[in-house]
Design a protein. Structure first.
Ligand code: HSE
Length: 443
């Protein structure tokens, strides 16, 4: 029986799990693709690592060793970063080797460059979005008969872990982040997780497959969870919502615009996505024929991510190469990004105000001017110091101005441009003591 030799460049948490799957599940893998999948060499900066040595595969610190062995047919890149992985990808494809990666940041920048280069070689990137959920194959193949009307989901395990712990255990933001890091969910630079950047990378990849749109990171709305505080979570609970960081893509069937955005959302606690806790991920995809479908699973962590990496190796071994982003013909199409200002939504707003007569009417007047209709309103007369989330802005405002009140309100659907204008004007009112905080609301 033929062997397919594999080089793994970057043998950290995910890389070690890839080797373990290839070793532990070798019989089932052989049965599924008809060849032996052999981890031939691991490239790592730390080849003295005990756990790595115990895997019993040849190791090297030199990336060239993955390329100099002509028997290696598949290069797996798991080092992270952008430019070096891109160079490795080009080198693999130029030397006729298949390339597999879990690297969403690199793909967010270079997926179309790579697609041009990979006409005769296979490239797999299932693990780049939502860890163990096979969402790439679902969009490329399983839902291939559909126009995708929308996809929205929780695509970052770390931020979902933090939001869950803040909501269910009242945990401090930093403590929850540290826990997520210790569990191996977070990026090397965790600001990518909490700022929405990691979700945006994944959304861009999914949008390429769902719509064939070559959108760029700097052109889409990206907001993170850094400013969410316990008081926002309290409001959400009071009105039957939970707060989740979502990546959202939408396209009406006859429209030539695609809406792409990443931001925290209040979602009704009855929705499936609302029940997705800790580091789990879930994506809802609505197709014009199939209706809504929902995919749930581990979005981060060694074994789940490695499961997706090995599924790509398996597909390559079966010689089922298909166009990288799923389109046979050119998709330099006429679709364009919908401007952020022209989206519409319901909104949740937190305002810190002086507690005196006329304040509510001043604020209501501004909302009325911009056709923003208030749906629910909660006023907290005084607010104890938020002991679990030390966001400077919040605590400064709350601690130093005891006669202030916090207004928590939600709106009916209105235009993003109108709410932005209203909030800019409200921020300038004398009675408003902090920059208003807004979260988009989905129900
Ligand atoms: N840092 C990512 C997350 C890992 O938390 O989801 C998987 O991409």
């Amino acid at each position: 029986m033929k062997d397919i030799n594999i080089a793994i460049i970057g043998v950290g948490t995910v890389g070690k799990s890839v080797v373990k799957i290839l070793q532990t599940n070798k019989d089932i893998l052989k049965a599924r693709c008809g060849v032996n999948l052999v981890p031939r060499i691991g490239i790592s900066r730390d080849i003295d690592d005990k756990e790595l040595k115990s895997l019993g595969i040849p190791l090297s610190t030199n990336i060239d060793d993955a390329f100099s062995d002509p028997s290696i047919e598949v290069i797996v890149e798991l080092i992270g970063g952008v430019e070096l992985p891109y160079e490795i990808a080009l080198r693999a494809l130029k030397s006729g080797k298949a390339f597999v990666t879990a690297n969403k940041a690199m793909l967010a920048y270079h997926r179309y460059d790579l697609e041009k280069q990979c006409k005769n070689s296979a490239i797999g990137f299932e693990a780049s979005v939502c860890g163990g959920i096979p969402i790439i194959k679902i969009l490329k193949d399983g839902l291939g008969a559909n126009h995708i009307l929308s996809l929205s989901g929780i695509m970052n395990g770390t931020s979902n872990y933090i939001l869950t712990k803040m909501s269910k255990s009242g945990l401090n933001f930093k403590v929850a982040l540290k826990e997520a890091q210790d569990l191996g969910y977070a990026e090397a630079d965790p600001t990518l997780d909490i700022s929405g950047g990691d979700t945006a990378h994944k959304l861009l990849i999914l949008a390429s497959i769902a719509y064939g749109i070559n959108a760029k990171l700097e052109d889409i709305l990206v907001e993170g969870i850094e400013e969410i505080s316990q008081i926002d979570i309290l409001f959400a609970k009071e009105f039957g919502y939970v707060i989740k960081l979502l990546g959202i893509a939408k396209k009406e069937i006859h429209s030539d615009e695609v809406e792409l955005r990443v931001h925290p959302c209040l979602i009704s606690q009855d929705k499936l996505l609302a029940k997705v806790d800790k580091a789990m991920n879930a994506i809802s995809v609505v197709g014009d024929m199939v209706g809504e479908t929902v995919y749930y699973g581990a979005g981060a962590g060694g074994a789940p991510t490695a499961s997706s990496v090995v599924s790509d190796i398996l597909e390559i071994a079966r010689s089922k190469t298909s166009p990288m982003l799923g389109y046979m013909s050119s998709h330099e199409n006429t679709l364009k990004l919908k401007p952020i200002e022209s989206i519409s939504s319901k909104y949740y707003i937190r305002l810190n105000v002086t507690d005196k007569p006329g304040v509510l009417s001043d604020i209501a007047l501004v909302f009325a001017k911009y056709k923003v209709s208030i749906r629910t309103l909660l006023q907290k007369e005084t607010w104890e110091q938020d002991k679990t989330h030390k966001k400077d802005l919040d605590t400064t405002c709350i601690e130093s101005k005891p006669k202030h009140a916090t207004l928590l309100l939600s709106t009916h659907i209105c235009a993003e441009l109108d709410i932005q204008k209203a909030l800019n004007e409200i921020e300038k009112l004398i009675c408003v003591v902090c920059k208003p905080y807004m979260i988009r609301l989905l129900d």
